[in-house]
Design a binder for this molecule. Sequence first.
Ligand SMILES: C[S@@+](CC[C@H](N)C(=O)[O-])C[C@H]1O[C@@H](n2cnc3c(N)ncnc32)[C@H](O)[C@@H]1O
Length: 216
Amino acid sequence: MSRTTLTITPVIAAYLTHAGMRDHPVLSELRARMADFSEGHMQVSAEQGAFMQMLVKMSGARKGIEIGTFTGYSALATVLAMPDDGHLTCLDVSEEWTNIAREHWQKAGVSEKITLKIQPALDSLAQMQGQEGLFDWVFIDADKENYLNYYRRGVELLKSGGLVLVDNSLWGGSVVNPQDAETRAIDECNRFIQQDDRVDMVLLPVSDGLMIARKR
Ligand SMILES: C[S@@+](CC[C@H](N)C(=O)[O-])C[C@H]1O[C@@H](n2cnc3c(N)ncnc32)[C@H](O)[C@@H]1O
């Protein structure tokens, strides 16, 4: 029994990876590859990826959108958990980072389950006219200033029972006292979701904070 959430030390994080989840060889390879890049922290953690996989399976998600793909870790974890006919549309602006993603998706044999669109995500989302209510999964992990715009459009595209996940919703804890534009945008998005009666919601202390909203 506990009234608070455990502080996760590096040793506990290593335990979670080794004893608290089942790894996939290409996921562990991609984590190892990004460990040497200063930008590697942008990748979701191993335990967050495993948790997202559990959510995909529990919700039965098979048609999703990912906003912010980077080198493809969260996308790979997501589609590995989807059934064979599952599909994820990935939105990013970087050819450079997503080339690494494509390489690993191919290695894992999931390339056909992913469509990658390289342009600002708001443009891609606007072009999804007529697809409202067709998706059951939206993962938001791109530029923070647009979080609320991504959430609003994401909820439109979701079907009833579908999930929106918003990454970095605690932003290192700084949301409790926002001092810059990015932090204010994340806090604004959190508060909007909390008041949005179209969804049930919870913000969990998974990694850097993972907001989960389920469309009613
Ligand atoms: C935190 S990383 C995503 C990490 C990824 N989900 C993973 O687990 O590896 C954020 C990504 O958002 C992308 N991004 C930033 N601004 C964007 C925009 N306006 N539209 C689409 N993608 C954007 C960046 O290129 C970067 O790859």
